[in-house]
Each structure stands twice: as C-alpha cells, then as structure tokens.
Design a protein. Structure first.
Length: 63
C-alpha cells in the first residue's frame, strides 16, 4: 500500500476523531446526555429524590 494512501487514511481518522471530540464537548450535547441519563436513572426513587434536590439547589442559586 502506498505511503500517501496510508497518510490520507490516518489524516481522515484524526479529523474524524477531532470532530467527535468537538461534538462531545458542546453544551447542547452535554444537556442531551444529561437528560438521557436522568431519564434512565429516574426509575430509582433515591436517584429521583437526589435529582430533585439538585434542581432545587440550582434554582435557588440562580435567584
């Protein structure tokens, strides 16, 4: 396999990885992940109670 072809493949992989890291660090993505996790964890009562307490604390800090 020619060296240039390998270099193009590696370059494309680096670009793809960089794009994935940028997307993973975006605030929108983080909010969506948090909502998804919370939705899954809400099945457990103790977790739901903790989430409500955290939300209440965040709201009180904003005021």
């Amino acid at each position: 396999m020619p060296v240039r072809k390998i270099a193009k493949i590696v370059g494309a992989a680096f670009k793809d990885g960089a794009a994935a890291r940028r997307a993973a660090q975006s605030p929108k993505w983080a909010r969506e992940q948090q909502k998804d996790r919370r939705g899954t964890l809400r099945k457990f009562e103790t977790v739901e109670q903790t989430i409500r307490e955290r939300d209440a604390q965040k709201k009180s800090k904003k005021k």
